[in-house]
Design a protein around this ligand. Sequence first.
Ligand SMILES: Cc1ncc(COP(=O)(O)O)c(C=O)c1O
Length: 433
Amino acid sequence: MSNICSCPATERSRLAPAPIAKILRQALAEPGLIDAEDSAALFHDLSFMAERCRAAQRAFPENALHTLAIKANPLVPALRRAAHLGMGMEAASLVELHLALAAGVAPSRIVFDSPVKTEAELALALEKGVHINADSLEELARIARLRQARASESVVGLRVNPQIGIGVIAQTSVAGGDSKFGAPVNEQRAAIIAAFESYPWLSALHVHIGSQGCKLPLLVSGVSAVFALAQEINRRWAAPRIRVFDVGGGLPVAYRDDETPPTVAEYAQALRRAMPELFTPSWRLITEFGRFIQANAGWVASRIEYVKAGAQPTLVAHVGADLFLRRCYRPEDWHHDLFLTDGAGRIKTGPTRRYTVAGPLCFAGDVLARQLALPEAQPGDFLIIRDAGAYTLSMWSRYNSRQIPKVIGYDGDGFTLLRRRESLTELAAFWGA
Ligand SMILES: Cc1ncc(COP(=O)(O)O)c(C=O)c1O
């Protein structure tokens, strides 16, 4: 299966309308892949995802551990592909920890970052030798107690909030003055240093600035602030105490053609310029990219069920706020490019008119776009939603109990089912039937 775009393999333009429509036509022609019941399907370009993993690996030192933030897209077959490329995993819950193990990732290459780890979860992580980032000094004290009762090879770090300010999307910014995450550096600097005195096994620091909406200078200044603290702590001991430094995720991606976020190489270069020592072999650098690896790789094709006439004609599609929760609830922060193909997957062109693009759910805010100029639409056409590979399926809403669509992966070898469509029985069972 060839991609018709000759642009670089990690560029968003690889998944421009023409290549997407070509894949859709191939999928429609593949016997048994898209059935009549598939009113919508998610697609994931696994080659693109792999290229983004490789780009991260190339940009940072060879001994860096790149963990893929599972929360962005937890599909295990895709995680398994990433693991084969040498990616570790970042897990934000017990189940994500199990997904990482199911994807074949060695415990020492899993970073456990949940903000609410129970004693049982911490004990399991310690016993398995998973890297744990404590979210607070209180959690460190709990880990200390649990360590007394069991031997562990876990690297343990502490998440520090550098309190350097927020990006353009407040709700995904976590390095402001009052973030719920991490130990706040301004209020707890002395206590953080004291924790290293108290806990000889504490050997790492962790920082994450935000997800999307954080510009390069904000990312670099947040990471630099916590790295300066790591160096300050190291200077207090004859042999450095901290050798593992986790810079988190947060590399933004483009959701529009005119957006030019930094490449991962530019991000690494900016970090290296600010912190040359972090890029020397005496440090083990960890990254936790999610959106950068997954977002642009995914797209959705939904049948248009109705075209409702009126002053403001409305297209009714089969995905809305269930899959695009952020877009529907905070449209000013989140955008997806949309386009139409006909029922055979040919891009629609011609004179446009303004449409409301609505989802299938029973509430007024279930709208993907308003006043959007699209060519004349008709039932049976496909609505294509781009850049849907991160923080979409992982945020699926159960409202109105619609079945999760199937997810189709593809690469040079063809199509593979990453997740089958949820059955009526599975969904009914979810509600106790
Ligand atoms: C601790 C942590 N690490 C990594 C990530 C991944 O961020 P992104 O997908 O923007 O790379 C997140 C996202 O919220 C996070 O909270």
